[in-house]
Structures are given as C-alpha cells and as structure tokens.
Design a protein around this ligand. Structure first.
Ligand code: HEM
Length: 498
C-alpha cells in the first residue's frame, strides 16, 4: 500500500515538473519579441544562452560566422544584441547614438548598480559627469598641468624597481599595475603613493580581486537572487566588501584634498577642480548633476578603468616582445636614432617614433583587451537593417569581430606593426581600430592612455631588453578572462642595457 502511494506521489511529482518545464518553454517561446535579430541557437528556458558562453570571446566569434553580423542572445531573461561588424557599429553607436549610448539600469547586484559617476550612468547625470571628466582630463593633459612630466617621473620610479631585480625572472603585473595606478592618483589628488604604502596596498588588492570576482560573480548579473544562496558561492559578499573599500578610498582622497585646501594649499587636481565646479554650478541655482556621490564613484571609475586596461596592454606588449625579438630590435634602433640612451624620451618624440607607435597599436589591435567593450543599452525601440531591437535591450559592441575581420586587415591573426604605417613610414589611424570603442561612450581616457603607453614603453625599452626566461619555451600568447583579457600569467626578464 505504502509502495503504491509512494509511486503515485512520484508520478505526480514528475508530472508537475514536466508541466512546469513545458510551461516555461512555451512561455519562453511566446515571450520572445517579434522580429528581433536571429539567434545562433535556440535559447534554453530560464538560462537562455548562458550555458554556451563559458568562453564568450571565442563563442561570439564562432556565432558571428554562423549567424551573421547582427544576432541576439538571451543571458537569463535579458535580451542582448551583438553588433559584430564595423559598418553596423557605425550605423548604431555613431549614427543612432541617441538610442545606443545608455548603460543597463536594472538587475545587477542592487548595491553595485548605483547609477553614479561615469561608467555606470545614463542620461543627464552621465552627460554632465562625463563632460566635466573629459574636460579635466584634456586640460590636465595639456602643458600647464604637466601630466606628461608626472608620467615620466612615475615611469622612472617603475624602472628603478625593475632595475632592482637585476634581470631575474618576473611576472610584471603587480609592479606595472602599481605604477599605472599612480598615474591616475597623481591626476586625482596630485600625489603618488610609495609602492609599499599599506593604504595603497588595500586599493591594489581591490583591483587584484576584481578579475577573480568578475569570473566568480558573473551569474549574479543575470540572476541577482543567487545572492541569497547559502555559502555565498557567487562571491556576493566579497563583491560588496570590495565595493565599500573602493568607496572608502574615494572618500578619503576627497577629504584629504579638502583638508589640504583648508590649510591654504592651492590644490590643482581632478578632485579639487570637480568640487570647485560643483560649488559654482550649485551656487548658480541652475540644475546640476555634479554631486559628492557622483564624484566618489567617478574616482573609483577612473582608478579602475584607468589602471586595468593600460596595465593589461603593457603586459601584452612585453609578451609580444619576447615572441618577436626582431620587432624589439627595430624599436631599439628607433630609440637609438631618435633619443639615444642618455636623454629620456618625451611626448614630442611620439611623432618621430613611428615604429614604436605602430607596434603599440598592433598590440592593442591583436590583444584587444576589452573585446566586447562595455555593455550598452537601447533607450527606445529601434530598427536596424529591418530588425526590431526593443527598448532596454542590452548591446554588445563586438569590437573583436572588427579587429579580426579578414576583409579589413587581410591577415588579422599575424602580428605585423607595419599595417599601421604608410609607404612613407608615417603612422596611419585606421577607422577600424576600435581598442577604445566608438560613439558617445568611447573611452574618456584615450589620450592619456596613449601618452602613458608611449612613455612607459619608450622609457622601458630604452633602458631594458625584454628577454624570455627560456628561449626554447616561450610563454604562450593565450588570454584569460577577467575584468579585461590579460595574457595567461608569464615570466620574462628585464635585462639592463649598458
Ligand atoms: C589602453 C588603455 C585603455 C583602453 C584599451 C580602454 C578602453 C575602453 C573601452 C573599450 C571602453 C568602453 C567604451 C564603450 O562602452 O563603448 C572604455 C570606457 C571608459 N574608459 Fe577606457 N580604456 C583605456 C584606458 C583608460 C584610462 C587611462 C582611463 C582614465 C583615465 C579610462 C577611463 C574610461 C572611462 C571613465 C570609461 C567609461 C566611459 C563612459 O561610460 O562614458 N580608460 N575604455
């Protein structure tokens, strides 16, 4: 009797589960909006395309081949449209910029998804904060604020540390990240940190964890309720902790600047300029979106965005140099010709060191450290090539597809800096180079990043030869997924030239 009852219970349970699955599948099918760009494969109920995307970089390239330049995927229940060609990226992010320039405003990690600062905001808050940030970056990049001199000083400290290694093998990530981040600190507060300063170490720990957290917490973006699971398998708590630490660090930087200003120090940095402009606009009585909370977040945005992508690009550059010693030699010859070994390179040398500049661009093209840029959001329903993209759809600007498009580059998988030089050996700036993205959301730090990359590399290669630890076993040119796509950890030697 008990057995029959058990069997009936089991049958009932199976029936309920099957019915639920059918309802979910049918509902999923019915809820898919009409006339959206095609799917590469049918989405699964609840999870959508997530199970296919364990390696999104490779998978999206594969799907572009099978499905075309415009396709849809579901991440959980969120519709995402992938834009995978240069022409389409221009048609959308540039020509229809008013509809394609927002960020996502829902769901992810309620605490982190604060629409503050620059990277995560939309509409008027974003416009005003981005515009002021861009203006300040420009004015500090120009003569009077001596951004270039600051970078040169910082790189000199960096080279001093490399020299202490006496050519021993090193994975240069931590040291490079410390130095790059200091460039942003100088811009934000007008001072740098010693590399072993404990307060600075805390900030760098936030960056370090960022990459691991990006991986372990990924699913929370699409399923925020996973944060309630016992044991915190998706690192929600650690994410919140790191977020709070970043905010505390930003607050401290602001308070330090205010304190120094109160002691009659004439502060000349991003924080002081933002506060001054904020007070001016608030006093004018006109509506303004410059506020302390946006400043807090903008500081964290600049520190994160400014450190991670530049550091990752430098790491890729070092790795390519050990793989292509002939290219490193050509750069050495150029340095010998243009600056020699006794005078430090300066910004003005950039227009003369075309081969180094072209090599930096080729490293950026082929490593493409943000291959999917950052997610955008569509603010209104739009039509693209006859397809309907509903309001609030997420958009992936798939710049990797452009950087590896054979029709554009011919041999995109070859490392060939000469593709950025014309017949006269001058640098060309192809519109298809999208390392900094395009449209209204493109990187605000492009100019400073280019200046930094040039000065770091010209000065490093002037003083050191980068060599492999074992010439018969070069570290692989493979990437790993984090906040950006850095190379798999590797060691090289920085051998001082005498
Ligand atoms: C090699 C270095 C860098 C690369 C490759 C890079 C690339 C990018 C890319 C691809 C985006 C996304 C654009 C989009 O959403 O379509 C971006 C955004 C951004 N970057 Fe950079 N970046 C670099 C350095 C910097 C630096 C040095 C700073 C700060 C000084 C910075 C600040 C930002 C900010 C604030 C945004 C958000 C812009 C917005 O949402 O309006 N980046 N960057």
């Amino acid at each position: 009797m008990a057995l029959i009852f058990d069997m009936e219970l089991w049958s009932l349970l199976v029936l309920v589960i099957v019915t639920l699955c059918v309802i979910l599948v049918v509902r999923g099918w019915l809820e898919i909006p009409q006339n959206i760009p095609p799917f590469p494969v049918r989405p699964l109920p609840i999870v959508g395309h997530i199970p296919h995307l364990t390696d999104p970089r490779r998978k999206l390239m594969e799907w572009r081949k099978t499905t075309g330049d415009l396709f849809s995927v579901y991440l959980g229940s969120t519709l995402v449209v992938v834009i995978s060609s240069y022409d389409l990226l221009r048609e959308t992010l540039v020509k229809q910029a008013e509809f394609f320039s927002e960020r996502h405003h829902r769901g992810i990690l309620p605490v982190l998804n604060v629409p503050e600062g620059v990277v995560g905001t939309s509409g008027e808050v974003w416009k005003e904060n981005r515009s002021l940030t861009l203006n300040l970056l420009r004015s500090f990049g120009m003569g009077k604020h001596e951004m270039a001199e600051n970078i040169i000083e910082e790189v000199s400290a960096y080279l001093g540390e490399l020299s202490k290694l006496s050519g021993a093998p090193v994975y240069p990530k931590d040291l490079t990240s410390r130095s790059v981040s200091n460039v942003i600190c100088r811009f934000l507060i007008g001072k740098r940190y010693e590399y072993d300063d404990p307060e600075y170490a805390k900030l760098l720990k936030c960056f370090e964890d960022g990459a691991d957290l990006a991986k372990s917490s990924g699913l929370l973006h699409w399923f925020p309720n996973l944060k309630y699971l016992p044991g915190d398998p998706f690192s929600h708590k650690l994410l919140i902790k790191r977020f709070e630490e970043m905010t505390t660090f930003s607050e401290k930087l602001i308070n330090d600047v205010i304190k120094r200003e109160n002691t009659d120090c004439n502060e000349d940095n991003f924080i002081a300029s933002y506060l001054e402009e904020m007070e001016k606009r608030q006093a004018s009585g006109k509506p303004t979106h410059l506020r302390r909370n946006h400043l807090d977040r903008a500081i964290a945005d600049l520190l994160t965005a400014g450190t991670e992508s530049t550091t990752t690009t430098l790491l890729w550059f070092y790795l390519y140099m050990v793989h292509y010693p002939n290219i490193q030699e050509k750069i050495d010859d150029e340095i010998d010709r243009e600056t020699g070994r006794s005078r430090l390179p300066c910004v003005a040398d950039r227009t003369k060191m075309n081969f180094l500049t072209a090599t930096i661009m080729e490293v950026q093209r082929i490593s493409n450290v943000l291959p999917l840029a950052l997610l955008h959001r569509v603010s209104e329903q739009v039509t693209v090539r006859g397809y309907t993209i509903p309001k609030d759809t997420m958009v992936i600007p798939h710049t990797d597809a452009v950087h590896f498009d054979e029709k554009i580059w011919g041999d995109p998988h070859n490392f060939r800096p000469e593709r950025f030089l014309n017949d006269k050996g001058e640098v060309i700036q192809p519109e298809h180079f999208l390392a900094f993205s395009l449209g209204r959301r493109m990187c605000v730090g492009e100019a400073i990043a280019r200046m930094e990359l040039f000065l770091f590399l010209a000065m490093t290669l002037q003083r050191f030869k980068i060599t492999p630890v074992d010439p018969d076993q070069l570290p692989p040119l493979t990437d790993t997924m984090g906040l950006t796509y850095p190379p798999t950890a590797f060691e090289v030697k920085f051998v001082e030239r005498h």
